[in-house]
Write a protein that binds this ligand. Structure first.
Ligand SMILES: [Zn+2]
Length: 469
Protein backbone atom coordinates (compact mmCIF):
# COMPACT_ATOMS: atom_id res chain seq x y z
CA UNK A 1 0.00 0.00 0.00
CA UNK A 2 2.66 2.50 1.16
CA UNK A 3 4.93 1.39 -1.68
CA UNK A 4 2.24 1.92 -4.28
CA UNK A 5 1.56 5.43 -2.91
CA UNK A 6 5.29 6.27 -3.06
CA UNK A 7 5.47 4.85 -6.60
CA UNK A 8 2.51 6.92 -7.79
CA UNK A 9 3.91 10.11 -6.16
CA UNK A 10 7.23 9.35 -7.89
CA UNK A 11 5.38 8.89 -11.16
CA UNK A 12 3.61 12.23 -10.84
CA UNK A 13 6.88 14.01 -9.91
CA UNK A 14 8.71 12.47 -12.91
CA UNK A 15 5.85 13.44 -15.23
CA UNK A 16 5.73 17.04 -13.93
CA UNK A 17 9.54 17.29 -14.01
CA UNK A 18 9.50 16.44 -17.75
CA UNK A 19 6.69 18.91 -18.33
CA UNK A 20 8.51 21.85 -16.73
CA UNK A 21 11.91 21.04 -18.26
CA UNK A 22 11.10 22.70 -21.54
CA UNK A 23 13.62 24.84 -23.48
CA UNK A 24 10.70 27.03 -24.59
CA UNK A 25 10.12 28.18 -21.02
CA UNK A 26 12.36 31.15 -20.32
CA UNK A 27 12.60 30.93 -16.55
CA UNK A 28 14.71 34.06 -16.28
CA UNK A 29 12.09 36.24 -17.98
CA UNK A 30 9.37 34.54 -15.97
CA UNK A 31 11.15 35.42 -12.71
CA UNK A 32 11.75 39.00 -13.86
CA UNK A 33 8.09 39.40 -14.78
CA UNK A 34 6.74 37.84 -11.60
CA UNK A 35 9.00 39.87 -9.29
CA UNK A 36 7.88 43.08 -11.05
CA UNK A 37 4.24 42.05 -10.66
CA UNK A 38 4.80 41.31 -6.98
CA UNK A 39 6.59 44.62 -6.41
CA UNK A 40 3.83 46.49 -8.23
CA UNK A 41 1.28 44.79 -5.98
CA UNK A 42 3.24 45.75 -2.85
CA UNK A 43 3.64 49.35 -4.05
CA UNK A 44 -0.12 49.44 -4.65
CA UNK A 45 -0.77 48.24 -1.10
CA UNK A 46 1.60 50.77 0.46
CA UNK A 47 0.03 53.56 -1.60
CA UNK A 48 -3.42 52.55 -0.36
CA UNK A 49 -2.13 53.02 3.19
CA UNK A 50 -0.66 56.51 2.66
CA UNK A 51 -3.99 58.47 2.72
CA UNK A 52 -4.70 56.99 6.20
CA UNK A 53 -2.01 59.31 7.54
CA UNK A 54 -3.89 62.36 6.32
CA UNK A 55 -7.02 61.68 8.38
CA UNK A 56 -7.50 64.49 10.90
CA UNK A 57 -9.04 62.48 13.76
CA UNK A 58 -8.23 59.20 15.52
CA UNK A 59 -10.62 56.23 15.10
CA UNK A 60 -13.55 56.27 17.60
CA UNK A 61 -12.10 53.41 19.69
CA UNK A 62 -8.97 55.49 20.37
CA UNK A 63 -10.52 58.90 20.71
CA UNK A 64 -10.53 58.99 24.50
CA UNK A 65 -7.07 57.49 24.85
CA UNK A 66 -4.79 59.51 22.61
CA UNK A 67 -4.07 63.19 22.84
CA UNK A 68 -4.11 65.32 19.72
CA UNK A 69 -0.35 65.64 19.95
CA UNK A 70 0.29 61.87 20.20
CA UNK A 71 -2.11 61.23 17.35
CA UNK A 72 -0.38 63.65 15.01
CA UNK A 73 3.07 62.34 16.07
CA UNK A 74 1.93 58.78 15.26
CA UNK A 75 0.57 59.91 11.89
CA UNK A 76 3.84 61.61 10.91
CA UNK A 77 6.02 58.72 12.13
CA UNK A 78 3.90 56.11 10.30
CA UNK A 79 3.92 58.21 7.13
CA UNK A 80 7.72 58.50 7.24
CA UNK A 81 8.04 54.76 7.79
CA UNK A 82 5.69 53.89 4.92
CA UNK A 83 7.44 56.27 2.52
CA UNK A 84 10.77 54.72 3.49
CA UNK A 85 9.31 51.24 2.92
CA UNK A 86 8.05 52.31 -0.49
CA UNK A 87 11.41 53.63 -1.69
CA UNK A 88 13.28 50.66 -0.20
CA UNK A 89 10.89 48.27 -1.93
CA UNK A 90 11.61 49.80 -5.33
CA UNK A 91 15.35 49.83 -4.60
CA UNK A 92 15.30 46.13 -3.64
CA UNK A 93 13.40 45.27 -6.79
CA UNK A 94 15.88 47.20 -8.97
CA UNK A 95 18.78 45.49 -7.21
CA UNK A 96 17.28 42.02 -7.63
CA UNK A 97 16.39 42.75 -11.25
CA UNK A 98 19.90 44.11 -11.92
CA UNK A 99 21.52 40.99 -10.46
CA UNK A 100 19.41 38.75 -12.69
CA UNK A 101 19.83 40.90 -15.81
CA UNK A 102 23.60 41.18 -15.39
CA UNK A 103 23.88 37.42 -15.02
CA UNK A 104 25.25 37.71 -11.49
CA UNK A 105 24.19 34.18 -10.52
CA UNK A 106 26.23 32.40 -13.19
CA UNK A 107 28.93 35.09 -13.26
CA UNK A 108 29.61 34.73 -9.54
CA UNK A 109 29.53 30.93 -9.84
CA UNK A 110 32.36 31.08 -12.38
CA UNK A 111 34.15 33.75 -10.33
CA UNK A 112 34.04 31.66 -7.15
CA UNK A 113 35.33 28.65 -9.13
CA UNK A 114 38.33 30.72 -10.30
CA UNK A 115 38.90 31.99 -6.79
CA UNK A 116 39.08 28.42 -5.49
CA UNK A 117 41.44 27.36 -8.32
CA UNK A 118 43.72 30.26 -7.43
CA UNK A 119 44.12 28.96 -3.88
CA UNK A 120 44.65 25.41 -5.13
CA UNK A 121 41.16 24.01 -4.42
CA UNK A 122 39.41 22.19 -7.26
CA UNK A 123 36.09 23.83 -8.18
CA UNK A 124 34.80 20.26 -8.62
CA UNK A 125 34.62 20.05 -4.85
CA UNK A 126 31.04 20.95 -5.26
CA UNK A 127 30.08 21.75 -1.65
CA UNK A 128 33.10 24.04 -1.10
CA UNK A 129 32.32 25.72 -4.43
CA UNK A 130 28.65 26.13 -3.43
CA UNK A 131 29.48 27.62 -0.02
CA UNK A 132 31.93 30.10 -1.58
CA UNK A 133 29.34 31.06 -4.18
CA UNK A 134 26.60 31.53 -1.59
CA UNK A 135 28.91 33.68 0.57
CA UNK A 136 29.80 35.98 -2.36
CA UNK A 137 26.19 36.06 -3.58
CA UNK A 138 24.86 36.92 -0.11
CA UNK A 139 27.41 39.71 0.32
CA UNK A 140 26.68 41.11 -3.15
CA UNK A 141 22.95 41.21 -2.56
CA UNK A 142 22.98 42.36 1.08
CA UNK A 143 25.79 44.95 1.29
CA UNK A 144 23.84 47.54 -0.77
CA UNK A 145 21.14 47.31 1.93
CA UNK A 146 23.47 48.54 4.68
CA UNK A 147 23.13 52.29 3.98
CA UNK A 148 19.35 51.79 4.19
CA UNK A 149 19.64 50.12 7.56
CA UNK A 150 21.90 52.97 8.71
CA UNK A 151 19.41 55.55 7.47
CA UNK A 152 16.51 53.80 9.14
CA UNK A 153 18.22 53.73 12.54
CA UNK A 154 20.06 57.04 12.59
CA UNK A 155 17.77 59.26 10.54
CA UNK A 156 14.23 57.88 10.58
CA UNK A 157 14.04 56.38 14.10
CA UNK A 158 16.28 59.14 15.44
CA UNK A 159 13.99 61.84 14.09
CA UNK A 160 11.05 60.39 16.02
CA UNK A 161 13.02 59.83 19.20
CA UNK A 162 13.18 56.02 19.12
CA UNK A 163 16.83 55.42 18.35
CA UNK A 164 19.01 54.68 21.36
CA UNK A 165 21.76 52.93 19.39
CA UNK A 166 25.19 54.35 18.60
CA UNK A 167 27.17 54.05 15.36
CA UNK A 168 29.67 51.81 17.14
CA UNK A 169 26.87 49.53 18.39
CA UNK A 170 25.28 49.46 14.92
CA UNK A 171 28.61 48.45 13.32
CA UNK A 172 29.32 45.71 15.87
CA UNK A 173 25.71 44.45 15.57
CA UNK A 174 26.07 44.27 11.78
CA UNK A 175 29.41 42.45 11.96
CA UNK A 176 28.05 40.03 14.56
CA UNK A 177 25.00 39.28 12.37
CA UNK A 178 27.19 38.50 9.37
CA UNK A 179 29.53 36.34 11.47
CA UNK A 180 26.53 34.48 12.94
CA UNK A 181 25.06 33.99 9.47
CA UNK A 182 28.34 32.36 8.42
CA UNK A 183 28.81 30.26 11.57
CA UNK A 184 25.26 28.89 11.50
CA UNK A 185 24.21 29.27 7.85
CA UNK A 186 27.21 27.70 6.11
CA UNK A 187 27.30 24.41 8.08
CA UNK A 188 23.50 24.09 7.74
CA UNK A 189 23.78 24.67 3.98
CA UNK A 190 26.61 22.11 3.76
CA UNK A 191 24.44 19.58 5.64
CA UNK A 192 21.47 20.39 3.41
CA UNK A 193 23.49 19.79 0.22
CA UNK A 194 25.15 16.65 1.58
CA UNK A 195 21.76 15.13 2.49
CA UNK A 196 20.33 15.75 -0.99
CA UNK A 197 23.51 14.35 -2.55
CA UNK A 198 23.36 11.27 -0.33
CA UNK A 199 19.61 10.56 -0.31
CA UNK A 200 19.07 11.19 -4.03
CA UNK A 201 15.45 11.13 -5.13
CA UNK A 202 14.07 10.47 -1.64
CA UNK A 203 15.69 13.53 -0.04
CA UNK A 204 12.45 15.18 1.17
CA UNK A 205 11.80 13.27 4.45
CA UNK A 206 15.50 13.29 5.37
CA UNK A 207 15.76 17.02 4.84
CA UNK A 208 12.58 17.58 6.86
CA UNK A 209 14.07 15.71 9.83
CA UNK A 210 17.37 17.56 9.47
CA UNK A 211 15.77 21.02 9.30
CA UNK A 212 13.37 20.31 12.18
CA UNK A 213 16.39 19.20 14.24
CA UNK A 214 18.13 22.50 13.43
CA UNK A 215 15.05 24.54 14.40
CA UNK A 216 14.70 22.73 17.72
CA UNK A 217 18.42 23.06 18.53
CA UNK A 218 18.17 26.78 17.89
CA UNK A 219 15.62 26.91 20.71
CA UNK A 220 18.47 26.03 23.06
CA UNK A 221 21.33 27.74 21.23
CA UNK A 222 19.54 31.06 20.64
CA UNK A 223 18.88 32.19 24.23
CA UNK A 224 22.09 30.71 25.61
CA UNK A 225 24.64 31.76 23.00
CA UNK A 226 23.10 34.13 20.46
CA UNK A 227 20.91 36.56 22.33
CA UNK A 228 23.64 37.43 24.90
CA UNK A 229 25.77 38.62 21.95
CA UNK A 230 23.29 41.44 21.41
CA UNK A 231 21.44 42.02 24.68
CA UNK A 232 21.83 41.65 28.39
CA UNK A 233 19.25 39.54 30.18
CA UNK A 234 19.04 39.95 33.91
CA UNK A 235 16.75 38.19 36.38
CA UNK A 236 13.70 40.30 37.23
CA UNK A 237 14.36 41.62 40.75
CA UNK A 238 12.22 40.45 43.67
CA UNK A 239 9.16 42.59 44.15
CA UNK A 240 5.47 42.94 43.36
CA UNK A 241 5.86 42.28 39.61
CA UNK A 242 7.95 39.16 40.08
CA UNK A 243 5.58 37.77 42.71
CA UNK A 244 2.50 38.38 40.54
CA UNK A 245 4.07 36.87 37.40
CA UNK A 246 5.21 33.79 39.31
CA UNK A 247 1.74 33.48 40.83
CA UNK A 248 0.11 33.63 37.38
CA UNK A 249 2.55 31.08 35.94
CA UNK A 250 1.86 28.81 38.93
CA UNK A 251 -1.92 29.06 38.49
CA UNK A 252 -1.67 28.09 34.83
CA UNK A 253 0.89 25.34 35.30
CA UNK A 254 3.39 27.21 33.11
CA UNK A 255 6.84 25.64 33.71
CA UNK A 256 8.58 28.95 34.41
CA UNK A 257 12.32 28.48 34.89
CA UNK A 258 13.66 32.01 34.51
CA UNK A 259 12.12 35.43 34.48
CA UNK A 260 14.29 38.01 32.75
CA UNK A 261 14.38 41.70 31.97
CA UNK A 262 16.02 42.51 28.63
CA UNK A 263 17.79 45.79 27.99
CA UNK A 264 15.75 46.60 24.88
CA UNK A 265 16.25 50.29 25.71
CA UNK A 266 19.92 49.91 24.66
CA UNK A 267 18.86 50.23 21.01
CA UNK A 268 15.30 51.46 20.89
CA UNK A 269 12.38 52.74 22.92
CA UNK A 270 9.95 50.21 21.40
CA UNK A 271 8.67 47.76 23.97
CA UNK A 272 7.43 44.19 24.21
CA UNK A 273 7.45 40.84 26.06
CA UNK A 274 7.84 37.21 24.97
CA UNK A 275 8.56 33.69 26.18
CA UNK A 276 10.65 30.80 24.85
CA UNK A 277 12.18 27.50 25.87
CA UNK A 278 11.65 23.76 25.88
CA UNK A 279 8.32 22.20 26.93
CA UNK A 280 9.45 21.52 30.49
CA UNK A 281 11.51 24.66 31.05
CA UNK A 282 10.34 28.06 29.87
CA UNK A 283 11.68 31.55 30.19
CA UNK A 284 9.77 34.80 30.14
CA UNK A 285 11.50 37.93 28.91
CA UNK A 286 10.10 41.41 29.58
CA UNK A 287 11.50 44.55 27.95
CA UNK A 288 12.78 47.12 30.42
CA UNK A 289 10.86 49.70 28.38
CA UNK A 290 7.55 47.88 29.02
CA UNK A 291 8.18 47.79 32.77
CA UNK A 292 9.12 51.47 32.77
CA UNK A 293 5.98 52.61 30.96
CA UNK A 294 3.31 50.32 32.45
CA UNK A 295 1.86 49.53 35.87
CA UNK A 296 2.52 46.14 37.48
CA UNK A 297 -1.01 44.92 36.66
CA UNK A 298 -0.66 45.99 33.04
CA UNK A 299 2.60 44.04 32.61
CA UNK A 300 0.94 41.02 34.25
CA UNK A 301 -2.02 41.37 31.85
CA UNK A 302 0.40 41.42 28.90
CA UNK A 303 1.93 38.21 30.23
CA UNK A 304 -1.59 36.78 30.67
CA UNK A 305 -1.95 37.27 26.91
CA UNK A 306 1.46 35.65 26.28
CA UNK A 307 0.62 32.66 28.46
CA UNK A 308 -2.64 32.40 26.51
CA UNK A 309 -0.52 31.66 23.43
CA UNK A 310 1.22 28.94 25.36
CA UNK A 311 -1.99 27.53 26.86
CA UNK A 312 -3.53 27.16 23.40
CA UNK A 313 -0.33 25.69 21.92
CA UNK A 314 -0.09 28.46 19.33
CA UNK A 315 3.67 28.20 18.83
CA UNK A 316 3.36 24.44 18.20
CA UNK A 317 0.57 25.02 15.71
CA UNK A 318 2.67 27.61 13.89
CA UNK A 319 5.62 25.22 13.86
CA UNK A 320 3.37 22.60 12.25
CA UNK A 321 2.20 25.08 9.63
CA UNK A 322 5.80 26.01 8.77
CA UNK A 323 6.67 22.30 8.51
CA UNK A 324 3.81 21.77 6.07
CA UNK A 325 4.98 24.73 4.02
CA UNK A 326 8.50 23.31 4.02
CA UNK A 327 7.21 19.90 2.93
CA UNK A 328 5.34 21.49 0.06
CA UNK A 329 8.34 23.62 -0.98
CA UNK A 330 10.75 20.66 -0.94
CA UNK A 331 8.32 18.45 -2.86
CA UNK A 332 7.98 21.07 -5.58
CA UNK A 333 11.77 21.45 -5.56
CA UNK A 334 12.09 17.75 -6.32
CA UNK A 335 10.23 18.50 -9.56
CA UNK A 336 12.81 21.15 -10.53
CA UNK A 337 15.99 19.55 -9.23
CA UNK A 338 17.23 18.33 -12.63
CA UNK A 339 15.64 21.06 -14.74
CA UNK A 340 18.12 21.88 -17.53
CA UNK A 341 16.01 24.74 -18.90
CA UNK A 342 16.11 26.47 -15.50
CA UNK A 343 19.91 26.29 -15.40
CA UNK A 344 20.42 27.38 -19.00
CA UNK A 345 18.02 30.32 -18.88
CA UNK A 346 20.11 31.83 -16.07
CA UNK A 347 23.32 31.34 -18.05
CA UNK A 348 24.54 28.12 -16.44
CA UNK A 349 25.80 25.11 -18.38
CA UNK A 350 22.64 22.90 -18.51
CA UNK A 351 24.73 19.77 -18.00
CA UNK A 352 25.26 20.99 -14.40
CA UNK A 353 21.63 20.01 -13.75
CA UNK A 354 22.13 16.37 -14.57
CA UNK A 355 25.77 15.31 -14.23
CA UNK A 356 27.36 14.30 -10.96
CA UNK A 357 28.65 15.85 -8.79
CA UNK A 358 25.65 18.11 -9.29
CA UNK A 359 25.79 21.60 -7.71
CA UNK A 360 22.31 21.32 -6.19
CA UNK A 361 22.80 24.70 -4.54
CA UNK A 362 22.40 26.43 -7.93
CA UNK A 363 19.16 24.61 -8.63
CA UNK A 364 17.80 25.43 -5.20
CA UNK A 365 18.62 29.14 -5.47
CA UNK A 366 17.07 29.43 -8.93
CA UNK A 367 14.06 27.46 -7.76
CA UNK A 368 13.65 29.92 -4.87
CA UNK A 369 13.55 32.76 -7.39
CA UNK A 370 10.83 31.00 -9.38
CA UNK A 371 8.83 30.27 -6.23
CA UNK A 372 9.24 33.72 -4.65
CA UNK A 373 5.92 35.26 -5.76
CA UNK A 374 4.01 32.51 -3.94
CA UNK A 375 5.42 33.98 -0.71
CA UNK A 376 2.80 36.72 -0.97
CA UNK A 377 -0.02 34.16 -0.68
CA UNK A 378 1.72 32.41 2.20
CA UNK A 379 2.07 35.77 3.93
CA UNK A 380 -1.68 36.47 3.60
CA UNK A 381 -2.58 33.05 5.00
CA UNK A 382 -0.05 33.09 7.82
CA UNK A 383 -1.03 36.59 8.92
CA UNK A 384 -4.71 35.61 8.95
CA UNK A 385 -3.84 32.69 11.19
CA UNK A 386 -1.63 34.68 13.60
CA UNK A 387 -4.28 37.43 13.87
CA UNK A 388 -6.82 34.78 14.87
CA UNK A 389 -4.40 33.57 17.53
CA UNK A 390 -3.95 37.10 18.87
CA UNK A 391 -7.71 37.44 19.40
CA UNK A 392 -7.72 34.10 21.20
CA UNK A 393 -4.82 35.14 23.47
CA UNK A 394 -6.57 38.44 24.26
CA UNK A 395 -9.69 36.51 25.14
CA UNK A 396 -7.63 34.24 27.36
CA UNK A 397 -6.32 37.28 29.26
CA UNK A 398 -9.92 38.52 29.56
CA UNK A 399 -10.89 35.16 31.05
CA UNK A 400 -8.17 35.70 33.64
CA UNK A 401 -10.05 38.85 34.60
CA UNK A 402 -7.41 41.09 33.07
CA UNK A 403 -9.55 42.70 30.40
CA UNK A 404 -9.19 46.30 31.59
CA UNK A 405 -5.49 46.03 32.38
CA UNK A 406 -4.77 44.42 29.01
CA UNK A 407 -6.72 47.13 27.19
CA UNK A 408 -4.84 49.91 28.94
CA UNK A 409 -1.51 48.10 28.42
CA UNK A 410 -2.25 47.74 24.70
CA UNK A 411 -3.14 51.42 24.46
CA UNK A 412 0.09 52.38 26.22
CA UNK A 413 2.15 50.10 23.94
CA UNK A 414 0.42 51.59 20.95
CA UNK A 415 1.20 55.10 22.14
CA UNK A 416 4.81 54.30 23.18
CA UNK A 417 5.47 52.66 19.82
CA UNK A 418 3.58 55.42 17.95
CA UNK A 419 1.76 52.73 15.94
CA UNK A 420 -0.40 53.82 13.05
CA UNK A 421 -3.94 54.69 14.28
CA UNK A 422 -5.68 54.16 10.90
CA UNK A 423 -5.06 51.23 8.59
CA UNK A 424 -6.25 50.28 5.15
CA UNK A 425 -7.88 46.82 5.24
CA UNK A 426 -5.78 45.32 2.43
CA UNK A 427 -2.56 46.77 3.87
CA UNK A 428 -3.53 45.29 7.22
CA UNK A 429 -4.27 41.87 5.74
CA UNK A 430 -0.90 41.76 4.01
CA UNK A 431 1.40 43.36 6.58
CA UNK A 432 -0.09 42.80 10.01
CA UNK A 433 0.52 39.65 12.00
CA UNK A 434 -1.55 41.27 14.78
CA UNK A 435 -5.00 42.88 14.65
CA UNK A 436 -4.90 46.67 14.89
CA UNK A 437 -5.48 48.34 18.25
CA UNK A 438 -9.08 49.46 17.52
CA UNK A 439 -9.87 45.90 16.39
CA UNK A 440 -8.40 44.43 19.56
CA UNK A 441 -10.13 46.94 21.82
CA UNK A 442 -13.48 46.29 20.15
CA UNK A 443 -13.04 42.54 20.50
CA UNK A 444 -12.12 42.93 24.19
CA UNK A 445 -15.08 45.24 24.68
CA UNK A 446 -17.44 42.73 23.11
CA UNK A 447 -16.06 39.85 25.10
CA UNK A 448 -18.97 38.61 27.18
CA UNK A 449 -17.75 35.16 28.18
CA UNK A 450 -17.18 33.90 31.65
CA UNK A 451 -14.91 36.29 33.45
CA UNK A 452 -12.82 33.75 35.26
CA UNK A 453 -10.99 30.92 33.57
CA UNK A 454 -11.62 27.52 35.06
CA UNK A 455 -8.29 25.81 35.46
CA UNK A 456 -8.94 22.09 35.33
CA UNK A 457 -5.57 20.52 35.88
CA UNK A 458 -2.43 21.36 34.02
CA UNK A 459 -2.62 22.05 30.31
CA UNK A 460 -0.47 20.05 27.94
CA UNK A 461 2.96 21.66 27.66
CA UNK A 462 4.35 21.95 24.17
CA UNK A 463 7.35 22.97 22.16
CA UNK A 464 7.44 26.50 21.05
CA UNK A 465 9.27 29.17 19.17
CA UNK A 466 9.78 32.76 20.14
CA UNK A 467 6.53 34.65 20.03
CA UNK A 468 6.09 38.22 20.90
CA UNK A 469 3.08 40.24 21.84
ZN1 LIG B 1 0.23 37.79 21.07
Amino acid sequence: MTNSIIASVDGVITYLAKLVDNPNINYKELVVLSTWVQTAFEVYILRRQLPCYERPLPPPALKQHVTKETFSKAQIYSKDKTRFALIKLVFDQLLGWGLIKLGAYSGLWNFSGKLLSNVGISPNRVITHSLTWMTILTLTSSLPGLPWSYYQTFVLEQKHGFNKSTVKLWITDTLKSYALGAVIGLPVLAGFLKIIGWAGKSFVPWLMVFLLGIQLSLQIVYPTFIQPLFNKLEPLPQGELRTKVEELAGQLGFPLKHLYVIDGSKRSSHSNAYFYGLPWSKHIVIYDTLIKDSSVDEVVAVLGHELGHWHMAHPTKLLLVTQLHLLLTLTIFSIFINNKSLYSSFGFDPSLAVTAPQPICIGFMLFQLVLEPTDAFVKFLLNAETRRMEYQADEFAAQLDKKEDLASALIKLHITNLSSPHNDWLYSMYHHSHPTLPERLNALENYKGEKTLKLNGKPEPERQTKKDL
